[in-house]
Design a binder for this molecule. Sequence first.
Ligand code: CMP
Length: 153
Amino acid sequence: EMERTLAMIKPDGLSGKYTEAIKEVILDSGFHIVKETEVQLDAERASVFYAEHSQRSFFDSLVKYITSGPVLAMVLERPDAVAQWRTLIGPTDAKKAKTSHPNSTLCHFSIRAMCGLDSEKNCVHGSDSPESADREISFFFGEAESVTVEHDE
Ligand code: CMP
């Protein structure tokens, strides 16, 4: 079943010029980029986006990081988009993402392994559930997006 998720390239990803490489991985992985917008968040907007983390010790640092430059928000579509995008970006801690697992036969490529730095500067975001995806897509692209599903392919 077709699904949408919100992907965001964070300021370190954009300033590090990883945008094209990340988009290539996105398209090669069967996602359609439905919409995109580059925006500079201010502290107030960032605090709304990350409201669920407002009581965490890293919150102030997170707001500072995410407002340190523009971000690129994208609506991605494919079957099982939320879970597939979370798998593709890898663990929150980019250091873990870069760790190889010699005993595993699985491929451990992830976008955070490619361009992330640590548990904060992890270069990309992905919605953690379909409900979060609706909320986050509305945050960047307006209310109508969450109820409009087009099937034009
Ligand atoms: P993300 O999972 O996209 O959304 C929450 C963000 O908070 C996360 O990415 C990181 O950028 C940041 N974050 C999560 N855990 C930590 C941590 N332990 N220290 C600093 N930042 C964090």
